[in-house]
Design a protein around this ligand. Structure first.
Ligand code: BGC
Length: 919
């Protein structure tokens, strides 16, 4: 009856970060037979027995207060009573372990002998890199570290807690610890460093043991973000750990880094950088280095230093090798080059197997596209974006290699130096190892239209590639946690995977990096070289002088992620805890907007006489601060003119500010109400209303015209409720006209694109919404599909109709936000209570489709909705539902259709079928 027991989105966590874990379980819908839960009983051994609690809650059940101790294992079980039944279910049981209290971390940093990381990259992406040295000269080898220790007996239990300034891979007695890669992941390390916990019980033995670790630059000291700047958090790499070994009597011994450890940089990895790539010389391997008995007498002594950083338990899913994609073919291009094609744009790296002579060096260069002639094209320009790996053979047989401390965004690999075996290498020698944060991708979407199916697959691939340690814009050029990108994509992301823990960890970074005045940066973690946090922190928003791209921070639609992302997680994943955790940060952000609104009028008005009412209106609106505007508005972007990128910010900043301010206030009001903050809810509603009223008074003329005619502006005016009733028809008509004038093609940028189809839909323009979705000409989603896209592109015409291939990113999920529409409108599944506890199913039966199937894994279990047009009668559709235990749904026929039984059909959990007919 009860399955899938979790605490805080984790099944059996080894280091749960909170002292107040909440419990969730799924109720088998077939056994529950439509009955909801009436009561539950939770027992956490030694802590609490709730007895029978009359409650229908089965997700995020909060019964524990702060009773759990750190570093402790708890067994827990749950049973329930269904409505109308006196018999409890069987017990279902699970366990969790709590994180160590990290405020008394007993260990020091182990600081191996090392060359400090050199200065690299330029402060401005437009300036040349002053460091012109070749990678082998400017990069340094990762440190290999080993420390021996003796145990009297094999442990009953052992936990290794470890983290680094850098990235690490640990081993015990020569066997890798865990299956994570690139630990500890990416965070704003100057504020937070996450500690990983591994169960290493089976890797220790009585007698001599060795802990080994390799330590690379990673995000801490390596090159990252737009600028490709190195050593953003420091120029030395360090490692710390506590190995807790418990014996049969329950005694715990802690093994910490000490001065007996030794390190070397003479191992096989000659350098490793997340951007530049990795160089490996297999002739320099040191067999047995991580096991007892290795002669490390020539290795260096290590230093120890106090840990003063803020260590926190890691939350969510680590980065792992999540999939493998075999090479499709090895091509000889018209230019005569050897290029491996993996058939899919992805984030990861290549594992190769090769036979050849010792000392032969193979070079792999990674790119996402071929040019119009089928030649290798490096589409990722910029400082330090080499994406190039080298492997030097050990010789003497087949040898297999995969890099350790790098990854790339690619589909194609240009290969040079392959041993001459008389022809091109076989595709079977290459496998792309896909790296991602290891989220559960349980969502599915599928229809009778192969192009839409491909569009959905492309979105999922871009989601997987960009939810890698932090939510990034792209996995090759910047790999940065741009807040605007996840703001617009978060709702779509929730359908495909449970992103709650992943985004909660990222939000923890956003809170840590929020300025004292409430400003939320445009990137989290904020790359250090681009950090403008020089505002003095006196609570006053500062103006940036020139309306240039580097004047922007905390931008409309970017900083608002602090409000929109928790809101999406609450609505879709039902987790109100995320709202509570971020409440103060959200309040600080919207108060920042309010203060900045009062402080800065739009520049064009500053020297003008304004009548007092108008001045008061402008002081309510956040319209005087420069931002990215409706970024990448297609009609304003000219690929041949890099300066054109700033036209959309200049034309639309004044609009995007108030739109996002008003909508953030509205979402705050909803979240305030949901968390019992009634007075605040009313206050936010009033403030949201003031912003909308002020906007309508200042920006709409008597005919309902907006001075800025761009499509994205009227989309957001409509979608965010800024248009008073009397002007609705005019604004709708204008939006429709802009589409027709543009050949029914979209012209929306980053901030409005997700709201275009919803705006058309609620304006009653359902046919036009379908035309835009199925539009084959660029800018459109299906143009990309028709031009061979396997992911979502940053630029709608990254491949031009004449085949010219551009040098933008081919893996940007932002415009993939349309994926949400496939679930909410084509399949028609919408949550009407948070977490799909209740949903409304209204499929778009007038879409040019014969069937659609959508599956979303809700906190209550998988929800599946399918519809299929009857072959004998296109005006009749069979809808089939599988609703998770403890949930209900209403099938609401779309306009022009009706349920054969009644207008609407309401269902409890389980399997249901209903027929809808036209008329
Ligand atoms: C990134 C974006 C980001 C934007 C900010 C770009 O370079 O790739 O996705 O949000 O800058 O305007």
């Amino acid at each position: 009856m009860l399955t899938h027991l979790t605490v805080e989105h984790a099944t059996t966590p080894l280091a749960l970060h909170t002292r107040r874990p909440r419990f969730s379980w799924w109720i088998d819908p077939d056994l529950a037979d439509g009955r909801a839960q009436a009561a539950y009983q939770v027992i956490v051994d030694g802590v609490i027995d709730t007895g029978r609690v009359e409650s229908a809650e089965s997700a995020y059940v909060d019964v524990l207060a702060d009773h759990v101790a750190p570093s402790t294992r708890y067994d827990w079980r749950v049973r329930l009573w269904l409505q109308g039944s006196d018999e409890p279910s069987e017990w279902a049981s699970s366990w969790f372990e709590t994180a160590r209290d990290l405020s008394d971390w007993p260990a020091q940093w182990l600081d191996p002998a090392q060359e400090p990381v050199t200065a690299d990259g330029s402060m401005s992406p437009f300036a040349p890199n002053p460091n012109t040295a070749a990678p082998e000269d400017k990069l340094h080898p990762p440190a290999m570290i080993r420390q021996e220790f003796t145990l009297d007996e094999a442990p009953v239990s052992a936990r290794l807690r470890m983290t680094a300034q850098g990235v690490y891979q640990a081993e015990l007695n020569g066997r890798p610890v865990g299956d994570e890669v690139l630990a500890p992941g990416y965070e704003g390390y100057h504020k937070l460093i996450s500690v990983q916990t591994y169960d290493v019980t089976d890797q220790l033995q009585a007698g001599a043991n060795t802990l080994g670790a390799i330590l690379g630059d990673g995000w801490f000291a390596g090159r990252i973000a737009f600028t490709g700047l190195s050593r953003q958090y420091g120029d030395r790499l360090r490692l710390t750990w506590v190995l807790e070994v418990t014996d049969a009597e329950g005694r715990v011994r802690e093994i910490l880094p000490d001065s007996t450890a030794r390190s070397t940089h003479h191992g096989p990895i000659r350098y490793a950088d997340i951007f530049i790539g990795e160089s490996y010389d297999a002739r320099r391997e040191l067999p047995g280095w991580g096991a007892p008995g290795f002669d490390a007498s020539g290795w260096d002594k290590v230093e120890l230093a106090d840990v003063s950083e803020n260590l926190v338990p890691f939350v969510g899913e680590p980065v792992r090798r999540v999939m493998e994609v075999p090479a499709v073919e090895v091509i000889s291009t018209p230019a005569g080059e050897c290029v491996v094609d993996f058939g899919q744009v992805l984030a990861g790296r290549v594992r190769l197997t090769v036979t050849g002579e010792a000392g032969t060096t193979i070079t792999l260069e990674h790119a996402e596209v071929l040019d119009a002639h089928g030649n290798f094209l490096n589409n990722i320009a910029g400082c330090n974006k080499d994406q190039t790996d080298h492997y030097t053979l050990r010789g003497g047989g087949p040898e297999t290699w995969e890099p350790t401390f790098t990854f790339h965004g690619f589909r194609y690999v240009r290969l040079t130096g392959w041993p001459d075996t008389g022809g091109t290498p076989d595709a079977s020698a290459f496998t792309a190892v896909v790296l991602a944060s290891d989220l559960a991708y349980g969502g599915e979407w599928e229809s009778s239209d192969p192009r839409l199916n491909q569009l959905h697959r492309n979105v999922v691939w871009s989601q997987r590639a960009n939810l890698l340690a932090v939510p990034t814009d792209c996995p090759q050029r910047e790999r940065a946690g741009w807040t605007g990108d996840i703001q617009i994509f978060a709702p779509a992301a929730t359908n495909n995977a449970d992103v709650t823990a992943f985004l909660s960890r990222w939000l923890r970074n956003a809170r840590a990096e929020q300025w004292d005045d409430g400003m939320v940066p445009i990137i989290v973690p904020m790359p250090r070289g681009m950090d403008f946090s020089d505002n003095g922190g006196d609570g006053t928003p500062k103006e940036r002088p020139d309306d240039e791209i580097f004047d922007i921070d905390g931008a409309a639609g970017w900083g608002d992620a602090i409000v929109f992302v928790p809101h999406a997680l609450w609505r879709r994943a039902g987790d109100l805890g995320v709202v509570e955790d971020n409440w103060d940060a959200m309040v600080a952000w919207i108060d920042y907007q309010t203060r900045a609104a009062a402080q800065f009028l739009p520049k064009r008005l500053r020297d003008t006489e304004l009548d007092p009412a108008s001045r008061a209106n402008h002081e309510i609106m956040w319209n005087g601060v420069f931002n990215f505007g409706d970024w990448l508005t297609p009609s304003l972007s000219d690929a041949t003119d890099p300066q054109s990128i700033m036209i959309a910010p200049r034309r639309t900043s004044e609009y995007m500010g108030p739109f996002y301010q008003g909508q953030s206030l509205t979402l705050m009001a909803e979240m305030a109400r949901a968390t019992g903050r009634e007075a605040e809810a009313s206050d936010y509603e009033r403030r949201a209303g003031d912003v909308r009223r002020a906007w309508a008074e200042e920006y709409l003329d008597a005919e309902g015209r907006i001075p800025e005619p761009l499509m994205g502006v009227s989309v957001l005016a409509l979608a965010f409720g800024f248009v008073p009733d009397e002007h609705m028809d005019a604004v709708r008509a204008h939006l429709v006209q802009t589409l027709h004038d543009n050949g029914d093609r979209l012209d929306t940028g980053f901030l409005s694109v997700a709201h275009l189809l919803p705006a058309l839909w609620s304006a009653g323009e359902t046919d036009l919404a379908r035309t835009v979705l199925w539009q084959p000409e660029t800018p459109s989603w299906l143009y990309e599909v028709d031009h061979g896209a396997t992911t979502i592109w940053e630029s709608w015409d990254a491949v031009k109709p004449d085949g010219t291939v551009g040098t933008s990113s081919f893996n940007h999920y932002a415009f993939g936000c349309v994926d949400d529409w496939l679930f909410t409108h084509l399949a028609g599944v919408r949550e009407s209570a948070p977490g799909f506890r209740e949903s409304v199913i209204t499929p778009d039966l007038d879409a040019p489709l014969d069937h659609v199937r959508a599956r979303i894994v809700t906190p209550y279990g998988p929800l599946e909705a399918r519809w299929r047009r009857r072959e004998d009668n296109p005006d009749a559709v069979d809808v089939k539902l599988e609703l998770p235990g403890n949930t209900s749904a209403t099938v609401l026929a779309p306009p022009g259709w009706r349920c054969t039984e009644s207008e609407e059909a309401r269902f409890g959990s389980g399997r249901h079928a209903v027929r809808l007919v036209r008329g």
